[in-house]
Design a binder for this molecule. Structure first.
Ligand SMILES: NC(=O)c1ccc[n+]([C@@H]2O[C@H](COP(=O)([O-])OP(=O)(O)OC[C@H]3O[C@@H](n4cnc5c(N)ncnc54)[C@H](O)[C@@H]3O)[C@@H](O)[C@H]2O)c1
Length: 363
């Protein structure tokens, strides 16, 4: 399988993992010379492009989009129209019109759209999913997800202070996909209404809390941005409260942050005794392609799994791990959240993404 990669910071990391899982990186693209040079060092055989449109002319099975956060949809549309499979980093669209078009084009394309949402495949999220799928928790009532960085104020300014860079120009709600995508994956539900709050009015762009009503009737609370107390599980922490038990990431430093605590009260336990259990995710070991038997770093497990899922989709027709509708839904939570923020934390309804092409309610 031959892929091209657009945007060579996160994209170069993805490309290196492609090689390790046995995917051929045939073309790379970045508009900056420095990033192209770094990619050329890693992949001397690859075609190197300045403009992403050049990759449309190459013989590629798939393209990985890791360009600016708020500019993925036009590229995704162009490659899907050419019959090239797309794995897109984690904003699918910037408004409803773009989201509708992306769904329509992806669903009529001979190729597929996958969202590069490694947070859905992180070790702790997979453990939570096992508990949910096994029915241990009952129906999910409340689900919380954090994606938090505890950086120094000067480092936050360095990262987000340039209004010309996507990190400086996107709405504070926009980068909600690393919290909302796991919520949608764990619940199997769709977002129907979003209310967003700045965490602290003294720094309203730093971090946001969103209350997202889900189609299942459950409530999701998401927190993302820059707040102290970052989780060592790649900045991600989740908690799932069901009608019969709770399962949540362990709040602990280091390796234990990837573990999950499951709490069942006596009334719900088969033996009538309160049960408190801590589960450790099994190691992920690369098999087949790549250096066999190599253990993957915890923080990269999600990345490896989304790349392996892309290969299964392209080569074997498996459904995308996170498909276009979930990608658009998660991204539009951030768009609706921005509208809510602008309007004094008013609840903003979202269209129905479940089957029909979304209508124009809400955003
Ligand atoms: N899933 C994850 O864990 C994860 C981690 C980091 C970044 N990301 C995502 O990856 C994307 C990129 O993030 P980043 O941190 O690498 O950003 P970045 O701004 O540091 O790098 C983006 C690169 O893309 C290049 N680029 C942008 N537009 C281009 C275009 N039209 N043609 C060619 N090159 C172009 C830029 O020159 C730059 O080198 C974002 O969507 C971000 O959300 C995801």
């Amino acid at each position: 399988m031959r892929v091209g990669v657009v945007g060579l910071k996160r994209g170069l990391h993805l490309a290196v993992w492609c090689r390790r899982v046995g995917i051929d990186v045939a073309a790379v693209c970045d508009r900056t010379a420095e990033r192209r040079a770094a990619a050329r060092d890693e992949f001397p055989q690859a075609f190197v492009a300045v403009r992403w449109e050049e990759l449309l002319e190459r013989r590629l099975d798939a393209v990985l989009l890791a360009n600016d956060f708020d500019a993925h949809a036009p590229l995704a549309l162009a490659f899907l129209e050419r019959g090239v499979h797309v794995l897109s980093e984690t904003a699918a669209c910037v408004d409803l019109a773009e989201g509708r078009e992306l769904i329509a084009v992806a669903e009529r394309s001979s190729a597929t759209y996958s969202f590069a949402e490694n947070y859905v495949a992180h070790p702790h999220v997979r453990l939570l999913r096992q508990a949910v799928d096994a029915g241990e928790l009952g129906r999910i009532s409340l689900i919380e997800a954090d994606y938090l960085h505890g950086m120094a104020p000067s480092a936050v300014t360095d990262l987000t202070g340039d209004p010309a860079h996507w990190r400086g120009r996107i709405a504070p709600t926009a980068y909600c996909t690393h919290t909302v995508s796991p919520v949608l994956a764990l619940t199997g539900a769709w977002p129907v209404e979003v209310t967003a709050f700045p965490a602290d009015l003294a720094g309203p762009r730093s971090a946001v809390v969103m209350a997202v009503r889900l189609s299942s009737g459950a409530l999701a609370l998401t927190r993302h941005g820059f707040l102290q107390g970052e989780p060592d599980s790649h900045w991600s922490w989740l908690s799932v409260r069901g009608t019969r038990a709770l399962a949540e990431s362990v709040r602990a430093p280091g390796e234990r942050a990837w573990s999950v605590r499951v709490r069942t009260e006596a009334w719900a336990a088969p033996d009538g005794r309160t049960r408190e259990e801590e589960r450790t995710p099994p190691a992920l070991v690369l098999d087949g392609a790549g250096p066999a038997g190599e253990q993957v770093e915890r923080a990269d497990e999600g990345t490896v799994l989304i790349l392996q899922a892309l290969r299964d989709t392209v080569e074997r027709g498996a459904p995308p791990l996170v498909g276009v509708r979930q990608a658009v839904a998660a991204s539009l939570v951030g768009v609706a959240g921005a509208e809510s923020l602008r309007d004094g934390s008013r609840p903003v309804p979202l269209p129905d993404f479940s089957g029909e092409v979304p209508d124009r309610r809400g955003v």
